[in-house]
Design a protein around this ligand. Structure first.
Ligand code: MN
Length: 253
């Protein structure tokens, strides 16, 4: 089995190293990842300048682009054959609810899916401190276990990517795996007004507080309870219910 690993935290991220190690028992592992942090770049594609991949090992490349660029380049240019699976992560932080709209980690898996490849995005919902990598380090074994299970599903569902979130608990306290839907997340005070060195106003997006609305069956509820959350996602954002009840609201112009 041939597996492509990428991420959005950059080629040096601990989470990518852990994903790589967790994936090695499954087959031939390729790594094509951004040369720097690309979190929250969503599904952006670099079209206004060329990309210059640098080969770091036999099956290891860094790319001066986004996670989407990396997967596209890997599959179309760098790998001699298409991978059987695209894996992305482990993201340093959660990708639950609306996060999936901003996430470069999820976007890498979406790009795999857009190219017809079964894909899995993996995130760790706890905080990752630079000095202490142990929460990620401990995920090698449970992640191998989960990936072995997912890639050997007798029918890996077509047109589907799995968005996996690990709970912020020590690996040995993980209670199990739950299949979930996306919850909701609301940011408050996430824009900080500051001054540049010349006294002009600047705004920094980030920080603030996050409210998660964690109804039953959501990704957020599952990780809160100590479970690994697995949410099936697809690319089609058509509002099927509005098509189904169109009789009630739609009148052709
Ligand atoms: Mn990230």
């Amino acid at each position: 089995m041939r597996l492509l690993c990428s991420n959005d935290d950059g080629i040096l991220a601990k989470g990518l190293e852990v994903l790589e190690r967790a994936t090695l028992p499954l087959g031939e592992v390729w790594v094509v990842a951004p040369d720097r942090e690309q979190s929250a770049t969503s599904h952006s594609l670099t079209v206004h300048h060329p990309l210059r991949p640098v080969q770091l090992g036999e099956r290891r490349w860094q790319v001066d682009g986004t996670p989407t660029d990396c997967v596209l380049l890997a599959v179309e240019a760098l790998m001699p054959e298409r991978p059987d699976f695209v894996l992305s992560g482990i993201n340093h932080g959660p990708n639950m609810g609306e996060d999936v709209l901003y996430s470069g980690t999820v976007a890498a898996a979406m790009e795999g899916l857009a190219m017809g490849l079964p894909s899995i995005a993996v995130s760790f919902t706890g905080r990752v401190m630079r000095a202490d990598n142990s929460p990620l380090e401990d995920l090698v074994e449970p992640l191998t276990h989960l990936l072995e299970h997912l890639v050997s599903l007798p029918a890996f569902p077509a047109s589907t990517l799995f968005n996996v979130n690990f709970p912020s608990v020590p690996a040995k306290e993980i209670k199990g795996v739950k299949l979930t839907r996306l919850g909701r997340r609301v940011f408050s005070d996430s824009i900080t007004k500051m001054q540049d060195p010349w006294g002009r106003p600047i705004y920094w997006i980030g920080g603030g507080s996050v409210t998660w609305s964690a109804g039953e069956g959501t990704d957020i509820a599952a990780v809160r309870e100590g479970y690994i959350s697995v949410t099936p996602l697809h690319l089609d954002v058509t509002h099927q219910a509005r098509l189904d009840d169109a009789e009630q609201w739609w009148r052709a112009p």
